[in-house]
Write a protein that binds this ligand. Structure first.
Ligand SMILES: Nc1nc2c(c(=O)[nH]1)N[C@H]1C(S)=C(S)[C@@H](COP(=O)(O)O)O[C@H]1N2
Ligand SMILES: [Mo]
Length: 398
């Protein structure tokens, strides 16, 4: 069966919500505006960020659509949508985040390469589908396999869309086989988002969802699953989405010296206020935002300062409306963000700062310059909103 290939032109893009903040038109890259991020615990599909590297494929889920499973496994197969739907269905609440989230703030320190993103290149959704571990069992790879008899250690996902970084080839990525075959890692071959059939922008008819891991590994418009000896050699694994120290720039970069990014670090951001706001002395404001950590590590606490970092108070936070976050209970959405809230008086001019601590006691770095990297990935420095004194501003204008 010939591999499906997506279009090479942008004539057939799906309709999109005009309220999204568009960062690049082609390929289409858009994020959720700050205030809309905290509208709900589960992000609506149309306001969910969209991160593409090529034109959106035009596919249907009829019997012409198959995903092949092959490589270093005992049994090779082609699975249809019906086959996938016949496997036990799981739904997980998981936050998907682009590694480039908050890149714009990093680029203000020193230029970085990549699409600019404010704080909205993430969203929280209810994903429904089959577990990758169940799909791999059909290929005779048992649960909790780190290496197959034939020496397979990585699971590579190849998509249908084509992108220029792959010289017109398909987008692809891989994850370790052990993660793929561990049921509790919750890696899904998803066909639903928020209870509805996946939309074209988000990978219809099938996408991978690798919770707790950078968005780049959750391959959309799935075409092929392959168990290989080595990790994927594609552009997005080997020449992108890696982290370098601030001393490395384009003239001294050595791509093979670093591993592909996987888990997220702890991060949080204020969504209820714009970067520079103004308020009167003594005004009460509501500080709301999201906090999230990778690898299934929960959020332990979110600290807020309204005096530029001199004193801190803990925000009230919730995993689901009314359900406090407890990392080891059944109803805990361990892959999902936490929303936080604090109502307090502020005395401008001042900086409002947030920083989170995750369940492994990881903290966020204070300054973005200490984690600056040439690709502008994983900016998880303290998030700061500057508030001017509204009264003073008005009088100085008189
Ligand atoms: N096939 C394919 N899968 C892909 C991409 C892509 O361009 N093509 N982008 C990746 C990146 S970098 C991210 S952050 C997420 C974005 O998923 P979303 O558009 O559903 O929010 O998809 C990932 N999967
Ligand atoms: Mo991404």
């Amino acid at each position: 069966m010939p591999a499906l290939r997506g279009p090479t032109t942008y004539d057939n893009e799906p309709p999109r919500n005009p309220l999204l903040k568009v960062n690049a038109k082609v390929p289409f890259n858009a994020e959720t505006p700050r205030s809309a991020l905290i509208d709900a615990y589960v992000t609506s599909v149309d306001m969910f960020y969209k991160r593409n590297h090529g034109p959106i494929p035009v596919l249907d889920d009829s019997d012409r659509y198959f995903v092949t499973v092959g490589g270093l496994v005992q049994r090779h197969l082609a699975i249809s949508m019906d086959d996938i739907r016949m496997l036990p269905k799981y739904t997980i609440v998981a936050t998907l985040q682009c590694a480039g989230n908050r890149r714009t703030a990093m680029s203000k320190k020193r230029t970085v390469k990549g699409v600019g993103w404010d704080i909205g290149a993430l969203g929280n959704a209810v994903w429904g589908g089959a577990r990758l571990s169940d799909v791999l069992k059909l290929a005779k790879v048992p649960e909790y396999t780190a290496v197959t008899e034939a020496g397979g250690r990585h699971v590579e996902f190849t998509s249908v869309d084509v992108c220029k970084e792959e010289n017109g080839g398909p987008y692809k990525a891989s994850i370790p086989l052990l993660q793929a075959t561990s049921p509790e890692a919750d890696v899904l071959i998803a066909y639903e988002m928020n209870g509805k059939v996946l939309s074209r922008d988000h990978g219809y008819p099938l996408r991978v969802v690798v919770p707790g891991t950078i968005g780049a590994r959750s391959v959309k418009w799935l075409d092929k699953i392959e168990v290989n000896a080595n990790e994927c050699q594609g552009f997005f694994m080997q020449k992108d989405y890696k982290m370098f120290p601030p001393t490395v720039d384009w003239d001294n970069i050595k791509w093979p010296s670093r591993r592909p990014l996987m888990d997220f670090p702890v991060n949080c951001a204020i969504c209820s206020l714009e970067d520079v706001s103004s308020a009167e002395w003594g005004k009460k404001v509501i500080i709301r935002g999201y906090a999230f950590s990778g690898g299934g590590r929960g959020i332990e606490r979110v600290d807020v300062s309204v005096d530029g970092g001199k004193t801190w108070v803990e925000a009230r936070r919730y995993q689901k409306e009314g359900v406090p976050y407890v990392s080891d209970t059944e109803d805990c959405d361990k892959w999902a963000w936490v929303l936080f809230e604090l109502q307090t008086e502020i005395h401008p001019p001042t900086d409002i700062i947030v920083k989170a601590v995750d369940s492994a006691a990881n903290v966020q770095p204070e300054k973005v310059e200490t984690i600056w990297n040439l690709r502008g990935v994983l900016n998880n420095s303290w998030h700061v909103v500057h508030v001017n004194n509204a009264a003073k501003k008005i009088s100085s204008n008189l």
